[in-house]
Write a protein that binds this ligand. Structure first.
Ligand SMILES: O=C(O)CCC(=O)C(=O)O
Ligand SMILES: [Fe+2]
Length: 329
């Protein structure tokens, strides 16, 4: 896929990707909430993506999270490698050159009780790996995770309202918080060849809803249904919300799991390192992803048979897609 850097005409971002304000959904009456719910559903259906403002995740917490992530990635490689992520345990550190030559990553989820770990053998259902020091890293990351969980439930509630389903239809099946957070650190100038213009290849996320936080340096690009590449520049105090494959399947393709990639913005200062976080909201392991009657086709059929979340990820993994993202580069 080409990057928007190479396109002579960039898309008109302000009209392509809506900015939706969650405030009235959080505090408004039924009618006001319905209006916002419909804006959210229509963005998820048309382009699979929108900017969310008043998302209820404190700005200071986001800033602390970026500061902690930067300090973590600045640690010596040997220290970070103590937390190495493996095929069996999708929690911990991925060095440069493992999944990408252009980035290092760190993944974590909610903290799990020992008895839960015995019950399920799944790469996502594994203990987090933390360094002992500094303890603030773990504390800030878990607080951020909890705040993202609460906010993404609101998006799922809004979608349910717009589809005339009970408000908690999707949210109830995310109660176990089996989500994942991925911190990305993309390399800066000195390590990159000028020929390289994509940092993370085109993919769809496998989960339901992703919250994507870009810090200072942009680069995220969407690929619309008609193949247009749409840059997703930074808009202060917003988070980028994207639909994933499970939500598309759950809604019988009414929601569009948006394809996206990360390009390298060439600036007069050269190629800057970039930090981003992706919060992948995911249903409970044993939740059944089955098309609700309200999403059936005109001839009353569902396009996909019901599937349990855990089996969906297994099947996806067997197709050689990475567990959460499907990157082609
Ligand atoms: O770094 C970004 O902006 C995007 C990351 C992403 O798409 C992912 O982690 O799935
Ligand atoms: Fe992604």
């Amino acid at each position: 896929m080409k990057s928007s850097n190479e396109l002579s005409q960039k898309s008109n971002v302000s009209t392509a990707i809506p900015v939706i304000d969650l405030h009235l959904f959080l505090v408004g009456d039924t009618e006001a909430r319905k209006v916002i719910a419909e804006q959210i559903a229509s963005a998820l259906q048309e382009i699979g993506c929108f900017y969310l403002k008043n998302h209820d995740i404190p700005t200071t917490l986001i800033a602390q999270t970026f500061a902690q992530a930067k300090s973590f990635f600045a640690l010596p490689l040997e220290e970070k490698k103590q937390l190495a992520l493996t095929e069996k345990c999708h929690r911990g550190y991925i060095p440069m050159g493992m999944s990408s030559i252009l980035s290092e990553q760190f993944y974590f989820g909610r903290e799990m009780k020992p008895e839960e770990l015995d019950a399920v053998d799944h790469p996502f259902h594994q203990p987090n790996q933390w360094l002992q020091n500094p303890p603030e890293f773990r504390e800030v990351m878990l607080q951020f995770f909890t705040a993202c969980h609460a906010s993404t439930l609101k998006i799922l509630e809004a979608l349910a309202i717009a589809l005339n389903l009970p408000e908690s239809y999707f949210a109830d099946l995310h109660s176990e918080q089996n989500h994942a957070m991925g911190l990305h650190h993309y390399l800066g100038t000195s390590e990159l060849s000028q020929a390289q213009n994509i940092r993370l290849g085109e993919h769809t996320d496998g989960n339901t809803i992703t919250y994507l936080f870009q810090h200072e340096i942009e680069g995220l690009e969407l690929c619309s249904k008609n193949g247009e590449i749409i840059p997703v520049p930074l808009i202060p105090d917003t988070v980028v919300v994207m639909a994933g494959e499970i939500l598309q399947r759950w809604t019988n393709d009414q929601v569009y799991a948006t394809k996206h990639q990360v390009a390298i913005p060439f600036t007069s200062q050269g190629i800057q390192p970039r930090y981003s976080f992706a919060f992948f909201a995911s249903p409970n392991n044993d939740a059944e992803i089955a098309c609700p009657d309200n999403c059936l086709n005109a001839n009353k059929t569902a396009k996909y048979p019901p599937i349990i979340t855990r089996d969906f990820y297994h099947q996806r993994n067997n197709q050689n897609k990475s567990l959460l993202i499907d990157s082609k580069n």
